[in-house]
Design a protein around this ligand. Structure first.
Ligand SMILES: *[C@@H]1O[C@H](CO)[C@@H](O)[C@H](O)[C@H]1NC(C)=O
Ligand SMILES: *[C@@H]1O[C@H](CO)[C@@H](O)[C@H](O)[C@H]1NC(C)=O
Ligand SMILES: *[C@@H]1O[C@H](CO)[C@@H](O)[C@H](O)[C@H]1NC(C)=O
Length: 191
């Protein structure tokens, strides 16, 4: 009788210890993975080329000012203007050209002296194998310079682990309403 009880206690203790071990394991915060164990192929470099349509005027704007500072409208660089965008990205420069994605996020006038934007946005691709994949952009955009460079800081889907840069060149600017078409060349390494 006493021996069975002892045995039972022993088993209970073992089960407890074991569950504690499992518990400890499942609550582990981080672990190292061998790069070989990760199902990734070779790293590659892609070049993407598209046109970005920043439609400010008209009845269907894709770029809308959502906030401003008290000094924004009197600042020659529109300092403090914050614009939310969902701009189409197309293969060709015409607005009717095939859409390959959208640029969703924000840009803000962040330079007190010259017209310069901080861009914080995602390219959301909708075409072919890239459909559903995204690239994240965080960069400085000195709009009046002929070519501006911005960082690609990451990505999802086919662009996991992405990093690279985007080169922007204004293709068309309507000075009267602010509409712009910007040519983008994006170079990105990913797997
Ligand atoms: C500043 O200018 C913008 C764009 O023209 C306008 O929408 C906004 O109402 C103006 N803000 C003020 C405080 O006048
Ligand atoms: C992209 O993916 C969405 C959602 O999965 C799907 O509805 C759409 O038809 C796809 N577009 C293309 C061009 O493959
Ligand atoms: C530029 O914007 C003005 C004012 O909205 C518009 O009337 C004109 O057609 C636009 N020009 C071009 C070339 O799109």
């Amino acid at each position: 009788m006493a021996q069975t009880l002892l045995k039972q206690n022993h088993i209970i203790l073992l089960v407890l210890l074991f569950s504690l071990l499992i518990e400890g394991e499942s609550h582990k915060f981080s672990r190292n993975l061998s790069p070989k164990s990760f199902p990734f192929k070779k790293e590659k470099i892609s070049h993407l080329h598209f046109y970005f349509h920043d439609i400010v005027g008209g009845d269907h704007p894709t770029a809308v000012r959502v906030a401003e500072a008290t000094i924004t409208n009197t600042s020659h660089s529109l300092f403090g203007a914050l614009v939310m965008i969902d701009d189409p990205l197309t293969v060709g420069p015409e607005r009717t050209s095939k859409i390959v994605g959208r640029a969703q996020g924000l840009y803000a006038s962040a330079d007190l002296d010259e017209f310069g934007l901080t861009m914080v946005l995602n390219y959301v691709f909708v075409e072919g194998k890239y459909n559903g994949s995204t690239l994240s952009i965080l960069g400085r955009n000195q709009v009046m310079s002929s070519v501006r460079e911005m960082s690609i800081v990451g990505g999802t889907g086919l662009f996991r682990f992405a990093r690279g840069y985007a080169l922007a060149k204004t293709y068309f600017l309507n000075i009267s309403n602010g509409d712009a078409v910007v040519e983008y060349n994006v170079y990105v390494t990913h797997y």
